[in-house]
Ligand binder design. Structure first.
Ligand SMILES: *[C@@H]1O[C@H](CO)[C@@H](O)[C@H](O)[C@H]1NC(C)=O
Length: 424
C-alpha cells in the first residue's frame, strides 16, 4: 500500500519534473529565439547604417527599390582603408580607340539616349548633379543572407576553365555551371561586349543566373584578382526575379575582399544616371525585340585605375588601382558568358535558365548572345579578342557557340534551359 503510494508519488514527481521541463522549454524557446532574432535585427540595422549612406533625395522605383541620391563624397568607396585620402577622379581617361558598335537596326541599344535603361528612370525623377544613385539595401535583403557580413559577397571558388579536369570534383561540389568564351596568354588592358538582356527563370531562391565578362589575373588558388560586370537574376541578393545590372570585384579569390555593386567599399562611382543593382528595362522577348547593354572596362594607362562605361556614353566609375595586386598591371585572362547555380548537384538538374533559356542553335531572337567582343591592348586600342576558346561543364544543359561576321565582329550565342531529357 505504502509502496504503491510512494510509487505513485514518485510517478507524479517524475511527471511534474517532466512537465516542468516541457513548460520550461516551451517558455524559454520562444524567448531565446526572440532574443536571437532581436540580436540579428540589431546587427542588421547596424550593418545597414554602415552601408546605406545618407540621401539628399530618394526615388521610389516601380519595382519596390528605393534609389538614394548620395553625395559623391559620401559614397561607400571612401570607407576603404586604402582610399581614406582618395581624390575622386571626375574626368575619365581617354576612351580606348577602335570601339566598335553594332550597326544593324534589328536590335536596340539600351544606352540611355534612346531608352531609359533602368526601371527607376520611369518615375521622371533624377538624382541631382554631385550625387550618385545607390540602390538602398533593406532589412529583408540582409535577413535573407546566411551571414550578414557575407551579404553581397560570392560564396564560391574561382573558376578556371583550362584546369577543369583537375578541379572537376570541386566544380560539381558547388554546383556552378558555365557556358563561356575566353582568351588567355596575353596581357589585357580591358574588354568589351554588347550583352543581350533577358529574364531567365530561376527554380530555387538560392540559385542565380548571370551573364557577364570577367577580367582576371593571379593564381586561382589564393590571390586571384577579378573585375566583373554584366546582368544577373538573383533572388537571394535582391529578393525578386528582376534582371539587374551588376559589378563585382575581388583581390583574393572571393575570400575577404570585394563584393557586388556598392555593397562594400571599393568601386568609385561618378555617374548620376545609372544605379548598380537596379533593374534593367526593357528586356528581350522570345521571337520579339532584342535589347543589349554595352559594357566596356578599360585601364587608365596613367593612373592605373580600371574604368567602366555602360552604353555608348555613360562612364559609371572606376575600381582604384589600390584595390588590386595582380591586376596592378594587366589581366591575363578575359572570360565572357553565363553562369548559373545548380543548388542540388546529385539530384535532378535545376531548371534555372541561362541566357534566354534556349540553346545557341536557335540563333538570333531566341538564344542570348554577346557581340562585338573586343579586348584593349597595351596602347589603349580596342582589338579583336584573338584566339577564342569555349567552355561549358555540360553542353546538354547549357552550351556556347562562337561566330564571326562583319556586322557583329566576334560574337557567341550561349545558354540553355538546364533540366531536360539530355540533362537529367
Ligand atoms: C521567382 O521565380 C520563381 C520560379 O519561377 C518563383 O517560384 C518565385 O516565386 C519567384 N520569386 C519572386 C520573389 O517573385
Amino acid at each position: 500500500m505504502v509502496k504503491a503510494t510512494t510509487c505513485r508519488m514518485h510517478g507524479m514527481l517524475w511527471w511534474s519534473i517532466l512537465l516542468c521541463f516541457c513548460l520550461a522549454s516551451f517558455y524559454f524557446r520562444p524567448v531565446s529565439s526572440r532574443f536571437s532574432t532581436s540580436m540579428k535585427l540589431a546587427r542588421t540595422r547596424a550593418h545597414l547604417r554602415r552601408i546605406n549612406k545618407p540621401a539628399i533625395q530618394s526615388i521610389q522605383s516601380p519595382d519596390g527599390d528605393v534609389i538614394d541620391c548620395v553625395l559623391l563624397s559620401h559614397q561607400p568607396a571612401l570607407d576603404h582603408p586604402k582610399l581614406r585620402n582618395h581624390q575622386i577622379q571626375m574626368e575619365p581617361p581617354m576612351l580606348p580607340e577602335g570601339l566598335r558598335h553594332k550597326t544593324t537596326t534589328e536590335e536596340e541599344k539600351i544606352d540611355g539616349s534612346m531608352f531609359k535603361p533602368q526601371l527607376w528612370h520611369y518615375v521622371e525623377q533624377k538624382c541631382p548633379p554631385g550625387t550618385i544613385p545607390i540602390r538602398r539595401t533593406t532589412e529583408n535583403d540582409l535577413l535573407r543572407a546566411e551571414k550578414i557580413n557575407r551579404y553581397g559577397k560570392k560564396n564560391q571558388r574561382p573558376f578556371y576553365p583550362p584546369q577543369t579536369a583537375l578541379i572537376h570534383s570541386s566544380l560539381n561540389e558547388n554546383g556552378h555551371q558555365h557556358a563561356i568564351t575566353y582568351v588567355e596568354g596575353d596581357k589585357y588592358y580591358g574588354a568589351k561586349a554588347e550583352i543581350n538582356v533577358w529574364a531567365p527563370s530561376i527554380e530555387m531562391p538560392n540559385e542565380f543566373s548571370l551573364s557577364q565578362l570577367w577580367l582576371l589575373a593571379g593564381s586561382f588558388e589564393g590571390d586571384l584578382n577579378s573585375i566583373e560586370a554584366g546582368w544577373q537574376v538573383s533572388p537571394d541578393l535582391y529578393g525578386d526575379n528582376n534582371t539587374r545590372l551588376f559589378t563585382y570585384w575581388t583581390s583574393d579569390a572571393y575570400q575577404a575582399t570585394g563584393c557586388y555593386n556598392l555593397l562594400c567599399s571599393g568601386f568609385v562611382q561618378i555617374s548620376d544616371q545609372i544605379a548598380l543593382g537596379a533593374t534593367i528595362s526593357p528586356l528581350s522577348g522570345y521571337g520579339g525585340r532584342q535589347f543589349d547593354i554595352d559594357i566596356l572596362i578599360w585601364k587608365d594607362p596613367r593612373a592605373g585605375n580600371w574604368w567602366m562605361s555602360f552604353g555608348q556614353n555613360c562612364v559609371l566609375g572606376y575600381w582604384p588601382a589600390a584595390l588590386f595586386t595582380n591586376l596592378a598591371e594587366a589581366a591575363t585572362m578575359v572570360e565572357w558568358g553565363g553562369e548559373v547555380v545548380n543548388s542540388e548537384p546529385g539530384s535532378r538538374h535545376t531548371s534555372t535558365q541561362m541566357g534566354s533559356g534556349h540553346f545557341p542553335s536557335e540563333g538570333f531572337g531566341r538564344a542570348s548572345y554577346f557581340s562585338n567582343l573586343q579586348i584593349v591592348d597595351a596602347s589603349n586600342n580596342l582589338q579583336p579578342p584573338g584566339n577564342l576558346n569555349t567552355f561549358s561543364e555540360n553542353a546538354a544543359c547549357y552550351d556556347v557557340e562562337n561566330g564571326y561576321n562583319s556586322e557583329w565582329g566576334y560574337y557567341f550565342y550561349y545558354g540553355g534551359p538546364g533540366y531536360n531529357d539530355r540533362c537529367p
